[in-house]
Write a protein of this length. Structure first.
Length: 152
């Protein structure tokens, strides 16, 4: 059976939703292993991770340790063939160390935009931008100083 462009896009969006709901939101790492290709490449790695499948698995585990109730609300998704852009807001409670900040037990939320490529039912590539400044402000990991952010 040959899939049309729309069918490919819908199948790719379903894989990304499953990653967001089951892996990130519920910590089902058996599903992670199913959804991520062995040759996965993260084009926008986070501190302390590598740009491969092991690196993103480490990141997901780290987030679940710091925010055990970590989950996302997907606001919208757009797909162009096998490439899916997702805008979502993550939520959680800061119960573990995060980027050197001890648990504050505060509720957090921050937005991200992710672009992921799905081929043969598996995620092969990721590009993303997360509002980590907002997150760090909520847990007291960053506060504005008296100096301007941009020097003259």
């Amino acid at each position: 059976m040959v899939m049309t462009g729309n069918a490919i896009s819908e199948a790719a969006k379903a894989v990304i939703r499953r990653n967001t709901d089951e892996v990130q939101g519920q910590g089902k790492f058996d599903v992670f292993d199913e959804l991520f290709a062995d040759g996965f490449v993260d084009h926008t790695t986070q501190p302390g991770t590598t740009p491969d499948k092991a690196g993103v698995r480490k990141l997901y585990g780290y987030l679940r340790e710091a925010f055990p109730d970590f989950h996302a609300v997907i606001h919208w998704q757009l797909a162009d063939g096998d490439t899916v852009t997702t805008y979502k807001t993550y939520h959680g409670t800061h119960e573990g160390d995060f980027l050197g900040v001890a648990p504050t037990h505060r509720k957090i939320d921050f937005e991200t935009v992710d672009v992921m490529r799905v081929q043969n039912g598996q995620i092969t590539d990721h590009w993303g931008v997360g509002n980590l400044l907002k997150l760090m402000q909520q847990i007291g990991g960053w506060s504005p100083g008296t100096q301007a952010l941009i020097a003259d």
